[in-house]
Design a protein. Structure first.
Length: 320
């Protein structure tokens, strides 16, 4: 499907904002201001942003730990992301959790738990609930190539296929499940081929091409919305950093990193915008400056925000 010039520009803005925000988070982590893990998406931003931008406002997003770009594409603010990571009392979880383990029902974002594959049946159930209510709502869920090997993946997809549930599952194949290379995790040539077992569409996409990701996911989302059931989409890229900020990725094949650096999502999309005369160098620089200013202001506001009160620990754990 064709992608409008407006969407292409928006994709660039969101991918740049994702990387710039993550760079700021890494700086705060190294300053000792962030406790816990910081998981970044360098190299796979086109997948997280491109897929989530294909959703409508009413749709549900089920992101995982490396999907800050998906949060931003669904409408989340940089400020809320920073408040979460800094554990402030006015964050989405009021300091009870760190990172982007947070839900925001105003945006229909359902935060992940650490057992990532366990979110697949939850996402399928949410989509089924919307279908039972007669609402045309789609649920989009992400999973890594490693997480695609657990039972929840297969059970969730099978159930979604049988019930024709409006569900789209995106596999972020970034070639390493923590320190395990992909070829040690499965024997099939493409993870998208697993869709054949459930008689649903399976697509393999270059996960560094934001326009291609958006186009394929958009078609799958609209197919699901029209009542035709789920789709499985594999987006292949390269995780250009360690599993988290504390991991120097010494175990990663350096040739893979060299190849991955040649397909940087930001460089690719910037080149596309200029060659297609959708933006000039000056316009892109102005976009980036505005985003940098937004992040700077959000950082200061988050740092100035109060930490949670001790007695809050027992509040809001269960719904009244």
């Amino acid at each position: 499907m064709g992608v409008s010039p407006e969407i292409k520009v928006q994709l660039y803005q969101l991918i740049y904002k994702t990387r710039a925000t993550e760079d700021r988070l890494l700086a705060l982590y190294r300053q000792g201001r962030i406790m816990g893990g910081v998981y970044t998406s360098r190299g796979i931003e086109a997948t997280t942003v491109g897929a989530a931008l294909a959703l409508e406002k009413q749709d549900f997003l089920f992101p995982i730990h490396r999907d800050l770009g998906a949060h931003l594409a669904k409408g989340q603010s940089v400020l809320n992301i920073l408040l979460q990571y800094l554990g402030r009392g006015n964050s989405l979880t009021h300091g009870k959790d760190s990172g982007i383990h947070a839900s925001d029902m105003d945006l229909n974002i359902i935060g992940n738990v650490s057992h990532l594959g366990a979110m697949i049946p939850v996402a399928v159930g949410a989509a089924m609930g919307m279908k039972m209510q007669g609402k045309k709502v789609v649920a989009l869920n992400f999973i890594g190539e490693g997480g695609s090997n657990i039972g929840d993946f297969h059970e969730g997809l099978n159930f979604a296929a049988v019930q024709k549930i409006p569900f789209v599952l995106v596999i972020e194949n970034n070639q390493y499940a923590y320190s395990t290379p992909a070829h040690r995790g499965y024997s099939c040539a493409r993870l998208s081929d697993r869709a054949k077992a459930y008689c649903i569409p399976g697509h393999h996409v270059d996960g560094t091409d934001a326009i291609a990701v958006y186009s394929v996911v958009k078609q799958a989302v609209e197919r699901a919305r029209d009542g035709e059931g789920p789709s499985l989409i594999e987006c292949k890229s390269m995780r250009m950093v360690g599993h988290s900020a504390h991991d120097d990725a010494f175990y990663v094949d350096k040739k893979l990193l060299e190849e991955g650096s040649k397909k940087d999502p930001i460089v690719r999309l910037r080149k596309c915008l200029i060659e297609d005369e959708l933006s000039s160098d000056a316009e892109i620089a102005a976009m980036e400056k505005a985003i940098d200013t937004e992040i700077e202001q959000a950082t200061q506001q988050a740092l100035d925000s109060p930490l949670p009160e001790a007695h809050w620990a027992s509040e809001g754990v269960f719904k009244p």
